[in-house]
Design a protein around this ligand. Structure first.
Ligand code: 2P0
Length: 320
């Protein structure tokens, strides 16, 4: 009745932004991400009948605010008439700051809950269970370059290139480590309802996915860089043009972006992407990682730089 699972966050290169079905948490668009190796969430779920209610700690601190979503995730995996659970999560990177902590958390919770209850699921079922909890969590079930396909009634995920087959490095520049002001679910709904650019975004996503998929399959760094930056800036443009506007960037985010542009002009194989938070993620060839890290680390307003290779799939560590 106890299991522990580990999952790594993922960074979308072609972004998920907007929901087609809020109730079932179905995305409006497909997405392509890379799973990181060195950032992780390790979650243990222990079912214990005498417990009056579920409990959750994150890094040993009581985390009531996150508990309803984790409990609902476990309900979907096991059923609502389950015993109450003691959930302990450890995360080695800032939570809720645009670093995809919900992706790794809900992927780990889905796997740990299933294993603790002795239930086995097909991968397609796991993807939909994790995706119901958080759209990006389905991608963290798999390693390497992962494409999430947005289908008629559900989602599916597939690794389109293994981590070892194109070993890129991600350098994350932390410009603010506190939780974000607007959650991504709320920001997506504001975008869908009010942004004049939203429908154009949804229409064009199949094109961007096709270009990025081809770039990954051909290991074409320049093509991937161009489409990923374009897709990222489009996503933020939707938010900037919504009412109320949602601006996740701060001045250090912009300084990092300009530094990446300068590195590119100097011939460094690097590109940026930015999610629902102020951190900038630079994706580069492994030989460029030290240079990129040193450059971003020296920028005013960058408090920390983290580096990660691409990683593997989420997995159950132990179950008893
Ligand atoms: C992504 N983001 O593709 C995009 C880019 C943020 C920016 O997926 O509402 O926490 O829980 O399904 O997965 C963040 O959204 O959203 C996200 P919900 P989630 O990575």
């Amino acid at each position: 009745m106890r299991a522990t699972a580990i999952a790594q966050p993922n960074i979308a290169l072609i972004k998920y932004w907007g929901k087609r079905d809020l109730q079932r948490n179905l995305p409006a668009v497909g997405s392509i991400s890379i799973t990181l190796r060195d950032l992780s969430t390790t979650m243990s779920v222990e079912f214990d009948d005498p417990l009056p209610a579920d409990s959750l700690t994150i890094n040993d601190i009581d985390a009531q605010q996150m508990l309803p979503r984790i409990s609902a995730c476990i309900d979907r995996v096991i059923g609502q008439t389950r015993p109450r659970a003691r959930i302990n999560s450890r995360c080695n990177f800032p939570v809720a700051a645009g670093l995809a902590s919900s992706a790794s958390a809900f992927a780990a919770a889905t796997l740990a809950a299933a294993a603790a209850a002795g239930k086995s699921f097909e991968q397609a079922e796991l993807a939909n269970l994790a995706g119901r909890a958080s759209g990006s969590a389905a991608r963290s079930l798999l390693g390497g370059f992962v494409e999430l396909e947005n289908r008629e009634n559900d989602i599916s995920v597939e690794t389109i290139c293994a981590a070892d087959d194109w070993p890129l490095t991600v350098v994350v520049a932390i410009t603010e480590s506190g939780p974000k002001a607007v959650g991504s679910t709320e920001a997506m709904e504001i975008s869908r309802k009010t942004s004049p650019f939203y429908s154009a975004w949804v229409e064009r996503q199949a094109h961007d996915l096709g270009v990025a998929r081809q770039a990954v399959l051909q290991r074409d760094f320049e093509q991937l860089a161009a489409i990923a930056e374009h897709n990222c800036l489009k996503m933020h443009s939707i938010m900037w043009a919504s009412r109320p506007p949602v601006v996740y960037w701060n001045s250090a985010t912009m300084r990092c972006l300009q530094a990446v542009r300068k590195l590119q002009r100097e011939g460094t194989a690097v590109f940026f992407t930015i999610d629902a938070g102020p951190q900038l993620k630079a994706v580069c060839l492994p030989g460029e990682a030290e240079r990129v890290s040193a450059t971003l680390g020296a920028i005013e307003g960058v408090s920390e730089v983290m580096m990660s290779a691409l990683g593997g799939a989420a997995r159950v560590l132990d179950a008893s």
